[in-house]
Design a protein. Structure first.
Length: 390
């Protein structure tokens, strides 16, 4: 009797499993006349599409007569496996003649912005897309079957990290390249491969390519922490690239300005963000020759940004030799520029202040510019003379 009960239970379970697996796979059509269906995996159901209540008047909206801003979509998913930030999910409308989503039409696309777990509703995905033409009726979300390779890409990248930690860079590179072959736009793998090439010393050209691809796909980083680490490394690399290649090209500094902006959004209180922002602004100043009023304005804008970044970095971590060296270079430049103006004394005092901190935190590991040190001594001497004359 017990045997038949177990057998009956197995027959009840296995059809359910088979049905669940079948329902998760679908063929969707991009248009009514399309004869080429796309094989997909269903990931969940749309639970809400947030409509913007306040109409924002802009040129495009006025011309079209509709609100052109994106909708925020929330999707309830049973399993977040295979879903990642930056991925495109497809919104399917079920064919009314079918009980499942076997032959649905693709009626919209959503870019994944976050994947998170809630206490009461389980796993959810939040994305953005243009879904204004979809009526309030049940819709499902699916991902292309090819994205299943992403799981393998993650595994290969982690293997690369393991071999790198074990001191086997050749094996690490091989696994990073395997990860990229599985998902060519996976930023974590491109970033990791770029770092290895940069550590070689001679492979910075290859690093530039990998970092550039990671930057283009930055919205797809696996975590915010990894994203921030990439931004900080990329800023260091772009500064290195600018100084190594030299010339009058501003392309590296222009890219650096964009990276600084994104990194500050992600971590506004991060010390290195402000440090690299200051150095980038100073380099922008040094490559300019403000001959016209417009050029002078741009020069002053970079000067203000440099001073603000130096001040913020100093408030976060003043005990940093590189910061104090950078501050001395900047205030020395401004002091010379402001000779015989009301601002001369202010910048001289700033140079003296950071000069003292420079000496305090100097470790002797690098050589200090003798010209810079002479300028600091001259500023201190002038300040003493003025004090004795009072």
């Amino acid at each position: 009797m017990r045997f038949w009960a177990i057998l009956f239970l197995l027959f009840k379970i296995f059809p359910l499993v088979a049905q669940t697996t079948e329902e998760r796979t679908t063929f969707a059509f991009r248009s009514i006349g399309s004869r080429e269906p796309v094989r997909m995996i269903i990931v969940g159901e749309i639970v809400s599409i947030d409509k913007v209540s306040v109409f924002e008047v802009d040129r495009m909206s006025q011309e079209l007569g509709v609100d052109t801003r994106m909708d925020t979509v929330t999707i309830k998913v049973s399993d977040p496996k295979g879903i990642r930030v930056g991925q495109t999910l497809y919104i399917l409308e079920k064919d009314p003649d079918h009980k499942t989503y076997r032959d649905g039409n693709i009626v919209g696309e959503v870019t994944v912005k976050s994947v998170f777990q809630t206490t009461f509703f389980g796993w959810q995905v939040r994305g953005e897309g243009y879904l204004r033409l979809i009526e309030d009726r049940p819709m499902t979300a699916a991902r292309a079957i090819e994205t299943a390779k992403f799981d393998e890409a993650i595994l290969s990248k982690k293997k690369g990290d393991y071999f790198l930690a074990k001191g086997k860079p050749e094996e690490a590179i091989r696994n990073y390249k395997t990860s990229i072959s599985l998902d060519p736009n996976y930023p974590d793998a491109h970033y990791a491969l770029g770092k290895v090439h940069w550590q070689d010393g001679e492979g910075y050209v290859s690093s530039a390519r990998e970092y550039s691809i990671a930057w283009k796909n930055r919205e797809r980083f696996s975590t915010k922490e990894e994203n921030l680490l990439f931004y900080l490394d990329y800023m260091r690399f772009l500064l290195f690239l600018h100084k190594t290649e030299g010339g009058d090209s501003s392309k590296h500094l222009d890219t650096l300005a964009s990276v600084v902006k994104e990194s500050k959004k992600l971590a506004p209180k991060n010390f290195e963000n402000h440090l690299y922002s200051a150095e980038m602004s100073i380099l922008q100043m040094q490559r300019m020759t403000p001959a016209t009023p417009e050029e002078r304005k741009h020069y002053e804008d970079w000067s203000e940004k440099a001073e603000e970044a130096l001040d913020r970095a100093n408030r976060i971590r003043s005990a940093d030799f590189y910061l104090q060296k950078l501050a001395c270079e900047f205030y020395n430049l401004k002091w010379k520029e402001m000779r015989n103006t009301p601002k001369e004394r202010e910048y001289r005092e700033k140079l003296i202040e950071h000069g003292k901190l420079l000496r305090m935190y100097y470790t002797g590991e690098t050589n200090l510019s003798e010209d810079l040190m002479n300028s600091i001594r001259l500023a201190e001497k002038q300040a003493r003379l003025q004090t004795s004359q009072i």
